[in-house]
Design a protein around this ligand. Sequence first.
Ligand SMILES: Cc1ncc(COP(=O)(O)O)c(C=O)c1O
Length: 373
Amino acid sequence: MRINLSSPDIDQSDIDAVVAVLKTPTLSLGPKLPEFEEKLAAVAGVKHAVAVNSGTSALHCIIRGLGFGPGDEVITTPFSFVASANCILFEQARPVFVDIDPLDYNIDVARLEAAITPRTKAILAVDVFGRPARLDLIEKIAARHNLRLIEDSCEALGSTYQGRPAGSFGSAGAFAFYPNKQMTTGEGGMVVTNDAALADLCRSYRNQGRGSGGAWLAHERLGYNFRLSDINCALGITQLARLDEFIAKRAAVAARYDRLLAGQSDVFTPAPYAAGRLSWFVYVIRLADRFTQADRDTVLEHLRQKGIGCNNYFSPIHLQPFYGELLGTKEGDFPVTERVAARTIALPFYNNLPESAQQDVVAELRAALARRG
Ligand SMILES: Cc1ncc(COP(=O)(O)O)c(C=O)c1O
């Protein structure tokens, strides 16, 4: 690709931090692990953080730690990365999808209560593309129905909602650090919570079910190897130190796209965000309704042929074939999600994306749209 869809922002401080760990004997379960966790907990405004090897593992630990299993239902959005619903399936609980708001692409709060049944145990809200869901309203609904709230903030590190950090709402939140994220640890994730018992359980799951301070070969429960090495944690610490800078750079890139696309009547740019600080994950445009999914795919193909990285964020979860097989979900179930998902395009978006590259992207997008007429 001439212009990548995403790209991490690695500087000498990151390289030095990783190399420094490589010169120690503790490449895993060393001092960088608690240091990264404490620093991340402070940014997320919570008491406890548990570093794991991916955002998916973080979500899995939360679902398992809250004790959900067969017969339980967890309400979530079909317009997300598949892992936000898979984590419910991992524990044989059932994801119950609720359609989205066409403006901010987050779960439609007005439809939430109708999906609650006697089996509902939790609402798993996703902060899609970095934009927090309507967390104040979701919090109230969860409290009214005695449900847990879980926040999938894998795309929203550094965002705030009504003065509170993304990830800090509800029983627990999850972050992710794959290289396309605001900051990266190569691979990695984090559980954040104010619940000490839940944090302890997640620590145990991450480390083969070991107890705190127990012997290496004493396993108190069924666990996993979800550990995040000290090499990754060292990178996380230096990246986290630059998070505010990253967020500002990404906001500037997004503002440039907004300007370049202003007046393009057949393209919807991301809605303004007024509830706090938006930590941009991706920049996703939506084509007007007169375009079909096939038109959108032709645009994606055109951009790729020109060496421009792009993607159809997201492909609805309920339409993934194995969801259909497991849950009987099908086309037509969530019309807003399907209408949006058929027309979205994630454009190249990263901290140091040059303005000239953005101009190229927009010029090629215009050319592709003009071809369609
Ligand atoms: C909303 C959402 N949830 C969960 C995940 C899973 O994170 P990871 O890829 O680190 O497992 C992602 C990652 O892309 C995500 O975007």
